[in-house]
Design a protein around this ligand. Sequence first.
Ligand SMILES: *Cc1c(COP(=O)(O)O)cnc(C)c1O
Length: 244
Amino acid sequence: MSIADRIKRVEDRIADACAKAGRDPAEITIVAVSKLKSPADIISAVEAGLQHIGENRVEEAEAKIPQVNEKTASPVTWHMVGHVQSRKARQVLPLFDVVQSVDSLRLAKRLSRFALEQGRQVDLLLEVNVSGEASKYGLAGYNWYRDSAILDQLQVAAGSIAALPNLRVNGLMTMAPFQAEQAAIRQVFSDLYGLREALAGSLKLPLPELSMGMTDDYPLAIEEGATIVRIGRAIFGDRKDSER
Ligand SMILES: *Cc1c(COP(=O)(O)O)cnc(C)c1O
């Protein structure tokens, strides 16, 4: 199956999930996650109509993004979806339009500083670890609705980050637990939705975007309110390194 055919299939499943949830498919942005895939594959996805592409490693992105930008007629919006070490913050900025994986005040401060230096705005999402898995990055968010200390910490972190110059906090991002039951995955998505409502209310920020859902669970994420789905394998095919 070609990349264009796979994209069509993903779009059909998104339309089905939206119909089920009473949502408009126009509310959903597909970010095609192209880690370990070639610039040629990315160009095929862009030519098939996708505008948003995600990468998860700075070094890999540095090698691929200029090659893609040079060859695509329509501009690509690049999303960083992987963990960014603070010391790499400077490299991230010229490559990416959106940083979905802001998981500390320290990283946000560095992004803000370099954005200021470079005279630009950076759109970002706050990554929250709602599942509680130790292997996951993100601001601690497990059990936030039962543990007021967790919610307080998140409010302070989100408020401090939103107050930094040249950053725009547009919403939240999370990763579902790997190989969990559907009910547990749905719970993580619905927790992130609830957290967005809580933070938007207390911080008086709109936080319109919820980035959740990948190849194995994006229809579920859409039912639970996702506005951005990050899809790799369903568009580009399996990766050799299934860990990434
Ligand atoms: C790899 C990756 C994805 C896409 O995963 P698939 O299961 O291939 O759809 C989404 N988000 C992040 C952060 C990723 O690293």
